[in-house]
Design a protein around this ligand. Structure first.
Ligand code: NAI
Ligand code: MG
Length: 487
């Protein structure tokens, strides 16, 4: 690819319609996990920048045009932003792959169109956020208004940096809110670029502010700021808990998406070839650094050995390679500590009695990078740590079960409840099991499918609130009841 040599310009903060340095003048370096080399310097937002951005967003909300303009005008601007994202698709996808280590195939062909489609989809909602007239008493005219919350703080993770901008900012903006978004320090570049394109699309100053910086300073300051009405967060359970506690002080609304350990259940009557593909894509897409990864493969005993053999054969052919090569399907993990965490789990699993049926090791590409082999752990018991904890890497645990009740019991015997998959040709079984699974999303005879129209989020330890779909607009609006005496 010829454009790989083009240097990446240093990234700034986007505050009040301007690309600016941090108030402190500090920067940090973002690295390419495939080469371990620096990509560029990035302005490092601190509490002072958070304060500037929140004040700009408050001013934009309270006296700027965004919440006051005709919804069709907001629609036009958000639609244009979707178009600009598509027009700059190669550039944004490349930034994402450099920053995160994911294959360019995924950034360009899957993630990028999803971000654009979020802005297009939610553009359509601007003109459809209706209230109701309520028949209370003929003497009154009683109705509800659907209003934005005000300033939304969005704190997003490093695994889907650009997608998370679409999932969080598009519905919040469509509803008329102003947004301060903090990308993860590991992967700030695509969010900053989309922030610039938003200005080009006509999003007014202060309406979408982007603040790359560390969670412990910029993130924490955003959570504590009294000028923020709501925090929407996707990331680790530990930080989610802390954010929820801290939101209490200023009575902020909060929604949390905290990952998972999702079961992918293969019944003996499934189309085996399709189930093997689904199991494989369910764990290896995005290097397994995916909140909804189908990381617990539950397989009915009678087909267990056959399915495992097919899966292992397929897995061994998936080798880590240069993420910028369009043929690559397994990239580098986001950083060294994530790689060590993942390898540590493989070791822990082996220590607990699991068998490493495929992969299990680091495998540098051209002598560099935080690459881990596509890994299958078999002979796993649902109570092992590798079955209960989120590994967040290309590591699949395979767990046998016997019959529907055992499958459901094992699937639900977990702290998390984000997603689940099931594979069967039996329609009754499919609907019955889908109802019994404790998960925000159930995929039947497919896995890892998303659409801006389909709500996504967790139950149990995976958090609460929904991204995407009509449901997400409820998270960014509130109802005002108006009573009018007309007699
Ligand atoms: P993290 O939860 O620390 O990071 C997520 C976001 O929160 C980042 O933008 C970060 O800067 C911010 N943040 C961190 N501390 C904060 C604080 N005190 N206040 C406000 N914001 C804060 O996740 P991390 O450390 O990058 O990854 C650790 C593990 O979390 C991973 O190994 C994985 O298991 C899990 N994870 C799950 C994700 C998901 O999509 N469910 C995404 C990322 C990580
Ligand atoms: Mg990086």
């Amino acid at each position: 690819m010829t454009d790989t040599l083009a240097p990446v310009q240093p990234a700034k903060l986007i505050i009040n319609g301007q690309a600016v340095d941090a108030a402190s003048g500090e920067t940090f370096t973002t690295y390419n996990p495939a080469t371990e080399e620096p990509i560029c310097a990035v302005a490092r937002a601190g509490p002072e920048d958070v304060d500037r951005a929140v004040k700009a967003a408050r001013a934009a909300f309270e006296s700027g045009p965004w919440p006051r303009m005709r919804p069709a005008e907001r629609q036009r601007i958000l639609w244009k932003l979707g178009d600009l994202i598509l027009e700059h698709g190669d550039e944004i996808a490349r930034l994402e792959t450099l920053d995160n280590g994911k294959p360019i195939f995924e950034s360009r062909q899957v993630d990028l169109p999803m971000v654009a489609s979020c802005f297009h989809y939610f553009a359509g909602w601007t003109t459809k956020l209706t209230g109701e007239t309520v028949p209370v008493n003929p003497a009154f005219f009683t109705y509800t208004l659907r209003e934005p919350l005000g300033v939304v703080g969005a704190i997003i993770p490093w695994n889907f940096p650009m997608i998370m901008v679409g999932w969080k900012a598009a519905p919040a903006l469509a509803a008329g809110n102003c947004v301060v978004l903090k990308p993860a320090a590991e992967t700030p570049l695509s969010a900053v670029r989309i922030g610039e394109l938003a200005l080009e699309a006509g999003v007014p100053p202060g309406v979408l502010n982007i603040l790359p910086g560390p969670g412990s300073s910029a993130g924490a300051a955003l959570v504590r700021h009294a000028g923020v009405d709501k925090i929407t967060f996707t990331g680790s359970t530990e930080v989610g808990r802390q954010i929820m506690r801290e939101c209490a002080d200023t009575v902020k609304k909060v929604t949390l998406e905290l990952g998972g350990k999702s079961p992918n259940i293969v019944f003996a009557d499934a189309d085996l070839e399709a189930a093997v593909r689904g199991a494989y894509n369910g764990i290896f897409y995005g290097k397994g650094e995916v909140c909804a990864a189908g990381s617990r493969l539950l397989v009915e005993k009678s087909i267990h050995d056959e399915l495992l053999a097919k899966l292992v054969e397929r897995t061994r052919k998936l080798v880590p390679a240069d993420p910028l090569d369009p043929k690559t399907r397994l990239g580098a993990l986001v950083n060294e500590s994530q790689m060590k965490k993942v390898l540590g789990y493989v070791e822990a699993g082996a220590g607990e009695g699991a068998k490493v049926a495929a992969g299990g090791k680091r495998q540098p590409v051209n002598g560099k990078g935080w690459f881990v082999q596509a890994t299958v752990l078999s002979d796993v018991d649902n109570h092992m740590r590798v079955a209960q904890e989120e590994i967040f890497g290309p590591v699949l645990t395979v767990i046998p079960f016997e019959g529907v009740d055992d499958a459901v019991a094992k699937a639900n015997d977990i702290f998390y409840g984000l997603a689940a998959g099931l594979w069967t040709r039996d329609v009754k079984k499919a609907h019955g099991v889908a109802r019994r699974l404790q998960a925000g999303t159930v995929w039947v005879n497919l896995y890892n499918f998303y659409d801006p129209g389909m709500p996504f989020g967790g139950t149990k330890g995976s958090g609460f609130g929904r991204d995407l779909g009509a449901d997400s607009l409820r998270e960014y609006t509130q109802t005002k009841s108006v009573w009018m005496n007309i007699e």
